[in-house]
Design a binder for this molecule. Structure first.
Ligand code: SF4
Length: 246
């Protein structure tokens, strides 16, 4: 049976981790002038309240922060131990590709192959993503590829809210550094995390949404396509729209 956070840690450790994750998240979202609805945070179980004085403080801190490069973001992430996944990962998978990519693919989390190699989308699902990219008339080095989580959840279980809360700020900073024209969100977790919605991906895919002024196309995850080859037609429709927009 999976071990839950509350079973694994004392309440004090759990509270400290949630506070660290929330503070980082607030700082980065404020830097992007992005308000986080308290209702969303409550739903994710991250916090009970967001206090106005804390908002003002991080707004001031964010105003002093200069623009960052991907290298800065990687340096800031360091040997990250902000969530429990640091204990089970073999390698942290930051992301790779063109630092000035017009198109960024955002997946869910590293799998076993990615964890062992420290690179995103290199397993079977990654090979399918590579074929999709080539079919678009691009190469892997033309785009940037990363995930919501930088470390592999044990047994490929679903990401947990506290893990997303701890890790997402670095994805936000990556996207802020790259400033792509289009983001392709691969799968449910990526789409829900970026768009802050729980609408089924089947209803979200196929049209562009806005993410911080960037066009975002949700589509099915390549791993889903391996299990459901019939969905390849819909993914192809989605990437054709991306190609047209590029
Ligand atoms: S998943 Fe993200 S927040 Fe958690 S340890 Fe890895 S890099 Fe840090």
């Amino acid at each position: 049976m999976e071990r839950t956070l509350s079973q694994a840690d004392t309440p004090r450790e759990e509270l400290r981790r949630v506070v660290v994750a929330l503070r980082t998240r607030l700082q980065l979202d404020m830097a992007l002038n992005r308000a986080i609805p308290a209702s969303y945070l409550r739903k994710q179980g991250a916090v009970k309240r967001v206090y106005a004085p804390a908002r003002e403080r991080v707004r001031l801190e964010a105003a002093d922060r200069p623009e960052q490069t991907l290298e800065d973001v990687r340096d800031a992430l360091g040997d990250c131990r902000r969530c429990p996944l640091c204990k089970t990962r073999a390698n942290l998978v930051f992301g790779e590709g063109n630092l000035h990519a017009e198109l960024v693919f955002v997946g869910e989390a590293p799998g076993a192959d990615e964890d062992s190699q420290g690179r995103p989308f290199v397993g079977k699902a990654g090979q399918l993503l590579t074929r999709i990219i080539v079919a678009m008339g691009l190469e892997r080095q033309d785009v940037y590829i990363c995930n919501i989580l930088k470390c592999r959840p044990p047994d490929n279980r679903n990401p947990r809210p506290e893990e997303i809360a701890a890790c997402e700020p670095f994805l936000i900073r990556q996207l802020q550094a790259i400033r792509p024209k289009i983001i392709c969100a691969l799968g449910t977790f990526s789409t829900h995390t970026l768009l802050k919605t729980d609408t089924p991906i089947g209803l979200l895919r196929g049209r562009f949404h806005s993410y911080q002024g960037i066009e975002l196309m949700p589509t099915y995850h390549p791993a889903y396509l391996l299990r459901n080859p019939g969905a390849k037609r819909q993914v192809w429709e989605d990437v054709q729209k991306i190609m047209k927009a590029l």
